[in-house]
Design a protein around this ligand. Structure first.
Ligand code: PLP
Length: 378
């Protein structure tokens, strides 16, 4: 098989190239004239040449039969779950999930009589969470913001043993660091807004999996209307061609930044799967091709939090992740703002907990900037 980098550039490109264009042009049209009544094309059906090329490129990167793009990561998650679950059904998932997904489970799905239970850390207890109506196991490959790497092989096997559809949000790993379909996950989701788009300039989502399952999800997506606009398709398509080089560089810079933070006296615990002391380091080494671009850490007690953020000049204070600019945020104000404070504290997500999405700046410049901000603030 061709390498991921080669597939990122060439998979799904139209042959022959349309009008000879090396870069696929944008088909910014809502509808298409047709002579055959069976062949109706319409923008909400996600079926322009831009969509079709992207679907093939993404399924090649995800190592699945098929893929489809959506208007955001949440559109991918909600369309997939609403397609896979009927009223009365139940799903199981570890508790460490993106906040929007937790809100979907807690606020929206119950209105359609779809319930959920959380899985504990020990696989031997997972069966306790099952009911006669459990249909889906849902997980994330690297969790936000604690950057845990769950026992994904055990989860896929558990789903298989219990006839559950195994669904995974692999946004944090990206297809460069992990292809969950190879581990046995049936449906792979991404927020394309993050590493896949990579420039913090668009919203998109991806659903990848077997063709028959994707047909069901595609039908629900059509009804919910969460398609991706052709212009955003064009930008996402362009970004995917550089996915490998971007993510590998981000992996490398994040490792350097994590080690430098770990060595700094004003920093408490650093969480990065590439550090030997990370509780899931060994599993991450086995499962992942790279440890990712996300680093979380605690400011030590001696650091004045406001002074630290004010002193940073390269990282930009903003939510989201995966772009070329390094972003810094505090999950207590962003992804986990809706979690009960006691629950947040128990997880270690305090107001001294900081999440970094490492971008493409020089590693030495980032380390110098972070170090100098820490020194100024203590
Ligand atoms: N999944 C994860 C892990 C995320 O971090 C996010 C957003 O931060 C989403 C899904 C939702 O993606 P979007 O904002 O593209 O809807």
């Amino acid at each position: 098989m061709l390498s991921l980098d080669t597939r990122a550039v060439h998979a799904g490109e139209p042959e022959p190239r349309i009008e000879g264009a090396v870069s696929l042009p944008i088909f910014q049209t809502a509808t298409y004239t047709h002579t055959d009544e069976e062949e109706v094309r319409y923008i909400r059906y996600n079926d322009s040449p831009n969509h079709e090329a992207l679907h093939q490129k993404l399924s090649s990167l995800a190592a699945t039969d098929a893929a489809l793009v959506t208007g955001s990561g949440m559109a991918a998650i909600s369309s997939a779950l609403l397609a896979l679950l009927d009223s009365g059904d139940h799903l199981v998932a570890p508790r460490a999930l993106y906040g929007g997904t937790l809100d979907l489970f807690g606020d929206l799905l119950p209105r359609y009589d779809i319930s959920h239970s959380f899985l504990g850390g020990n696989p031997s207890t997972w069966s306790d969470a099952l009911t006669d109506d459990t249909q889906v196991l849902y997980a994330e490959s690297i969790t936000n913001p604690l950057l845990e790497v769950p026992d994904l092989e055990a989860m896929a096997a558990f789903a298989d043993d219990n006839d559950l559809v195994a669904v995974i949000d692999s946004t944090f790993a990206s297809p460069v660091n992990l292809r969950p379909a190879d581990l046995g996950f049936d449906v792979v989701l991404h927020s394309g807004t993050k590493y896949l788009a990579g420039h913090s300039d668009l919203a998109a989502g991806v659903v990848a999996g077997p063709a028959d399952v994707l047909d069901r999800i595609g039908h629900t997506l059509k009804l919910l209307g969460g398609m991706l606009d052709p212009h955003a398709c064009f930008l996402l398509h362009r970004s995917l061609k550089t996915l490998g080089v971007r993510v590998r560089q981000q992996n490398q810079t994040a490792q350097t930044v994590a080690e430098a933070l770990d060595a700094h006296g004003a920093v408490g615990r650093v969480r990065y799967p590439g550090l030997a002391q990370h509780p899931d380091h060994e599993r991450a080494q086995t499962l992942l091709d790279g440890f990712g671009g996300m680093v979380s850490f605690n400011l030590g007690d001696a650091v004045d939090r406001t002074a630290f953020f004010d002193a940073l000049s390269l990282p930009i204070r903003a939510p989201s992740l995966g772009g070329v600019e390094t972003l810094v945020s505090q999950p207590v104000n962003t992804s986990h703002v809706n979690m009960a404070p006691a629950e947040r504290e128990a997880l270690g997500i305090t107001d001294r907990f900081v999440r970094l999405s490492v971008g493409l700046e020089g590693a030495d410049d980032l380390v110098a900037d972070l170090t100098s901000a820490l020194d100024t603030a203590r």
